[in-house]
Write a protein that binds this ligand. Structure first.
Ligand SMILES: Nc1ncnc2c1ncn2[C@@H]1O[C@H](COP(=O)(O)OS(=O)(=O)O)[C@@H](OP(=O)(O)O)[C@H]1O
Ligand SMILES: Nc1ncnc2c1ncn2[C@@H]1O[C@H](COP(=O)(O)OP(=O)(O)O)[C@@H](O)[C@H]1O
Length: 202
């Protein structure tokens, strides 16, 4: 009768990222959207995931809805809190990448230091920075959540683009201005960039 508290030697290591990529038949990569609120980050992320899924590629989207209401629900929009928000998101993204999953983050991530921190945590070889460069005027016209109007009235402090800065990325892998590009055009440009990197390895 096997002893109940038998200690099993660790014969080998955990399954590696490569093991999991081979299992999934894909390379994982980090697609990091940055841009103002209402610029189109989440809309494009969802449409991109759908197109990649159609091609048999497994993805995971991280955005304000699933992160700031969950693991980061104790964080606000002070500079310190935004840094911590992005730090945690980058660490979680790394876990998904190590599992072979194409990971898509849709956060304002408002300056180069914060985005550089995320890239260093995740690994620059895996990190595709996509700037959703929709102008403030268009974002404010859309005002999807009515927050721009509140920010203008001073009812919300530190609102990016109004009372908090947004620093334009220096060398994004791709820029998408959704005031000029249709959703389909944005997704097609992303597919051109991403598909060669996640190519099926089966
Ligand atoms: N003060 C302030 N500044 C900016 N944004 C605010 C703020 N308060 C609430 N919101 C809503 O939160 C969303 C941005 O959260 P993020 O996690 O993407 O921001 S950051 O990366 O930590 O800067 C963003 O949602 P998205 O529209 O999805 O970008 C805002 O609608
Ligand atoms: N060409 C476009 N591409 C993406 N979104 C667009 C476009 N035209 C209008 N929109 C609208 O802009 C809004 C973008 O909101 P969202 O995707 O939540 O932005 P973010 O995630 O950057 O805050 C949505 O209501 C979307 O329908």
């Amino acid at each position: 009768m096997e002893e109940k508290n038998h200690i099993y030697p660790i014969f080998d290591r955990m399954m590696t990222r490569q093991d999991k990529e081979e299992l999934l038949g894909q390379h994982s990569v980090m697609i990091w959207f940055t841009g103002l609120s209402g610029s189109g980050k989440s809309t494009i992320a969802i449409a991109l995931e759908r197109e990649l899924h159609k091609r048999g590629l497994l993805c995971r989207i991280l955005d304000g809805d699933n992160i700031r209401s969950g693991i980061n629900n104790n964080l606000g929009f002070s500079e310190t809190d935004r840094v911590e928000n992005i730090r945690r998101i980058a660490e979680v993204s790394k876990l998904f990448l190590d599992s072979g999953i194409i990971t898509i983050a849709a956060f304002i991530s408002p300056n180069n230091d914060i985005r550089e921190m995320a890239a260093n945590i995740i690994g620059k070889d895996d990190f595709l920075e996509v700037f959703v460069s929709t102008p403030l005027e268009e974002c404010e016209k859309r005002d999807v959540k009515g927050l721009y109007a509140k920010a203008r009235k001073g009812e919300i402090q530190n609102f990016t683009g109004i009372s908090a800065p947004f620093e334009v990325p220096e060398h994004p892998a791709l820029s998408l201005d959704t005031s000029k590009l249709t959703l389909e055009e944005s997704v097609n440009r992303l597919l051109e960039l991403v598909l060669p990197k996640v190519k099926c390895i089966k």
